[in-house]
Design a protein around this ligand. Structure first.
Ligand code: KG4
Ligand code: ZN
Length: 367
């Protein structure tokens, strides 16, 4: 019955520094429709602190989330009575923010008599290619953002195998730190990419961490230290950082990240292709996938391997609630329901058999 019914689900996301609410409708056999997607960022609240401050984030979510829900319902011209369920990110993430979302969702579900569905934030990212392009299982996805970096083999809406991931920083964090080291604005990714356009990627011989080791794990913290050393050397030699040298460091850094991601993607694709998927697909998600040089590298790797490359629109690559509503629809169709005992979880690896090795980073606890 649930597999045939048209479903309209409200999604809520508050695991990091974006408060978001969205409504997605899905009629089986048709493409899902995003009826509304509201995202309120908090960048300005954290700008002075060099990272997301958990207490400030939690308070802001508590203040903004119900407005996001109201706006989503108004945009979609719907009321609670038109919904089939409420889906909410229940982890992983900054616990105060996740709690704000879970508490709100519990209150609304209890008040409106609607089923509640807890969603893993990473599952939201990992299932996005099915929201945007209705891709079949199994597919390979690389989540690559300021908070995440992992390869996932997605065999079903609740069947994820983690092939590897970062053992320290996420690449977005490395871009942000590189920008800070070089006196460029935040978020660092777009600023570094702009500078890199006029630089020489061979000017600095930066490390390619873990490339010499088998497997799909990655590391980016050594790269950041190498950028710091390169800058210090130039400043010592020139008494400052000439613009040309800054562009060269950015280009060399971006090339190193691109090399590491491309090589590890090749390995992940090899493992994925052993499953002989009928329609091989390599997808990316996350803010770093916005980088056109890196995107081109990954696209080339997919092409070489005979896989279709898929990059969802940026608004659905970065944190949003449409992906949470969609993951909720997928879970609902599998008969999953939560109740008022739903727990907020700071850590929640998608693949419990292979949890990541990350601790708390700039963007909080990661799976
Ligand atoms: O997915 P996202 O919006 O948020 C989370 O991290 O969850 O990703 C943000 C990250 C930031 O670290 C930002 O510097 C990076 O993505 N980023 C980029 C680019 N645009 C955003 N990194 C490299 N090149 C870009 N063009
Ligand atoms: Zn995310």
């Amino acid at each position: 019955m649930n597999s045939e019914k048209t479903l309209t689900i409200l999604g809520i996301e508050s695991s990091c520094d974006d408060s978001a609410a969205a409504i997605v409708r899905h009629r089986p056999g048709a493409a899902p429709e995003i009826l509304a997607s509201v995202v309120r960022g908090q960048a300005e609240l954290h700008a002075d602190f060099g990272g997301v401050v958990p207490e400030i984030a939690a308070r802001a979510h508590a203040e903004k989330l119900d407005h996001c829900v109201e706006e989503a319902l108004t945009t979609a011209s719907l009321g609670f009575g038109d919904l089939d369920a409420i889906a909410v990110t229940a982890g992983p993430g900054l616990i105060g923010g996740v709690l704000s979302g879970v508490m709100l969702a519990k209150g609304m579900a209890a008040g409106a008599g609607l089923p509640l569905i807890g969603v893993n934030h990473l599952a939201g990212h990992a299932l996005t290619p099915r929201l945007t392009d209705q891709v079949p299982f199994p597919y390979l996805i690389l989540l690559v953002s300021g908070g995440h970096c992992q390869f996932l083999l997605v065999r079903g809406a609740e069947d994820f195998t983690r092939l590897g991931g970062t053992i320290d920083d996420a690449p977005g964090e490395a871009f942000d730190k590189t920008a800070r080291i070089l006196g460029l604005p935040q978020p660092g990714g777009p600023a570094v990419e702009r500078e890199a356009a006029s630089g020489d990627p061979r000017a600095f011989d930066l490390p390619r961490p873990l490339l010499d080791r088998p497997g799909c794990d990655l590391s980016f913290s050594g790269l950041k230290t190498a950028v710091l050393r390169a800058r210090d050397r130039i400043v010592a030699d020139h008494g400052g950082l000439p613009k040309g040298a800054r562009a060269d460091i950015c280009a060399s850094f971006q090339a190193a990240v691109g090399d590491v991601l491309a090589q590890k993607s090749r390995r992940a694709l090899e493992i994925y292709l052993e499953e002989a998927p009928r329609e091989p697909i390599f997808s990316v998600a996350g803010g770093v996938a916005a980088n056109s040089a890196i995107r081109a590298r990954l696209e080339a790797v997919a092409r070489e391997a005979g896989a279709r490359f898929l990059a969802p629109p940026l608004a659905l690559c970065t944190d949003n609630a449409a992906m949470i509503a969609w993951a909720g629809i997928e879970r609902f169709r599998l008969g999953r329901r939560d109740d008022l005992a739903l727990q907020a979880r700071p850590r929640w690896p998608l693949d419990e058999s292979r949890p990541g090795m990350l601790g708390g980073g700039k963007k909080g606890a990661k799976a």
